[in-house]
Design a binder for this molecule. Structure first.
Ligand code: ATP
Ligand code: MG
Length: 446
């Protein structure tokens, strides 16, 4: 993309309404525009990051054997009356009436709808196990929408639902989700710690929330510092193997890590004092096992192969896709702007032309642009006739992890400069070498 032809409405002033850094930076970098409280338009740069996050979520869900689909945002109230949640959900649910006076709602989550789909089509244990998911906008009429996309009213969520014959099978699905979530967040450059949590209106006994540590997080968390040393890394996992998934769950939940909802001061006190941590975290996902809580009232039964009909065991598993954009920025920025992890960056590399209109500089930038594109990388070429300082400031603000600077002096020596946004370190490289180097950096993310 050439910046002169893009739509990147960066703001010079720091917006006063934004209380936390990710919200400020998303507004300043021209990523979002508020439409009304807690409801945002995703401008091109923000939309690109959102799509990259969505893509990673899809890839990791499919890798785990879960099947993508799409359910609508608007749901009939009658389904929620069947589960008993229509009245129970409270004012966070946006209730709507259509022209025929039918009660509808903008879905805050989809347990009822997916169970309705399941009961219409699945009748036998032979069709199990089954895990379906979608990435769809949700609406919760939050009492206090704030922090930009972190606590919106309309927000994008991945929600997945497993259907299993037995509790044991459903717990395997739970573990599979835990593993796939660890991989998902790490690919986004995040450490998200599974913490024992409370199930809230979804219901159920087993649940973990995934939290990214950040001072601006809304949850208070208590953990053993050893847990922050764990990494899933690039290990291979067989998602069908109960033993392997169980082992990962045990590894990642073996240290104390709880939100304030389930915190137990007595157990916490047993951790060696120098490892006790009280901090704040951003919830970026949650997994639940809730057994037959929905399958019983909605009548989602299967024949069990032994002459009986039994309600299926279920769980639901959410990732806050749009919240993640803010959470990643909270975890990765400096006073100049955003620093995107390679896995989610909106463009792979920025090209800054220090002397627009100079034949050699323009030609070298065009060559780089073509060469990066040929490698499957997306460059953002700042081809505006701006001062170098202004170009650097924009690049720093929007946070592309790598920048190539092309100027007459370097070109005279046959080199351009490659700069890391994270460390600020630069190296001079010939044109072909810089393309190969950037391609190599991104190889694990392609
Ligand atoms: P919270 O406790 O933050 O209100 P929740 O526990 O009610 O969230 P879940 O039902 O677990 O939310 O939804 C799954 C994920 O969706 C959450 O982990 C979070 O990342 C995201 N999410 C929930 N509410 C919002 C919101 N209002 N804005 C943005 N993302 C949200
Ligand atoms: Mg939650």
């Amino acid at each position: 993309m050439r910046l002169s032809r893009y739509f990147l409405p960066v703001l010079k002033e720091t917006p006063s309404e934004a209380q936390i850094v990710s919200h400020r930076l998303m507004l300043r970098a021209g990523m979002i525009k508020q439409a009304s409280a807690g409801i945002y338009s995703w401008l091109p740069l923000g939309y690109k990051v959102l799509k990259r996050i969505e893509q990673i979520v899809h890839e990791e869900q499919i890798r785990a054997g879960h099947i993508p689909m799409l359910m609508p945002t608007l749901q009939p109230a009658d389904l929620w009356r069947e589960s008993g949640r229509y009245d129970a959900y409270g004012p966070e649910m946006l209730r709507i009436r259509d022209r025929h006076d039918r009660d509808m709602l903008y879905g805050p989550t989809n347990e009822e709808m997916i169970t309705d789909i399941f009961r219409a089509h699945v009748t036998s244990y032979k069709d199990l196990p089954l895990t379906l998911y979608h990435i769809q906008w949700k609406f919760r009429d939050e009492i206090r929408p704030r922090f930009g996309v972190m606590r919106g009213r309309e927000f994008l969520m991945k929600d997945g639902y497993n259907f299993d014959l037995t509790k044991e099978d459903a717990l395997h699905a739970y573990n599979r989700h835990l593993v796939s979530y660890l991989r998902t967040y790490e690919r986004m450059g995040l450490q998200a710690i599974p913490m024992r949590a409370d199930s809230g209106p979804i219901g159920g006994d087993d649940t973990h929330e995934f939290l990214v540590l950040a001072e601006t997080g809304e949850s208070e968390v208590f953990y053993d510092s050893e847990i922050t040393e764990l990494r899933f890394g690039d290990r291979e996992i067989d998602y069908d193997s109960r033993e392997q998934c169980q082992a990962v769950l045990e590894e990642f939940t073996s240290r104390y890590a709880r939100t304030d909802e389930t915190h137990d001061a007595a157990i916490f006190a047993d951790i060696p004092e120098d490892r006790q941590r009280v901090a704040r975290g951003i919830e970026v996902g949650q997994i639940f096992y809730f057994g037959t809580k929905y399958s019983v009232p909605l009548g989602a039964l299967v024949d069990d192969g032994q002459g009986g009909r039994v309600p299926v065991h279920m769980g639901s598993h959410g990732i806050g896709v749009s919240r993640l954009v803010g959470a990643i920025i909270e975890a990765s920025h400096d006073d100049k702007g955003i620093i995107w992890p390679e896995g989610v960056t909106p463009f792979h590399v920025g090209i800054v032309n220090l002397k627009q209109g100079d034949a050699a500089c323009d030609g070298a930038c065009e060559d780089l642009y073509k060469a990066f594109t040929a490698k499957g990388l997306e460059p953002l070429y700042d081809d505006r006739s701006e001062r170098a300082g202004a170009k650097f400031a924009s690049m720093d603000l929007i946070g592309l992890p790598w920048r190539v600077t092309v100027g007459p002096r370097g070109l005279g020596n046959g080199v351009v400069e490659l700069t890391s946004r994270r460390t600020g370190e630069s190296e001079e490289l010939p044109l072909e070498a810089v393309v190969a180097r950037v391609a190599e950096i991104y190889a694990p993310h392609m």
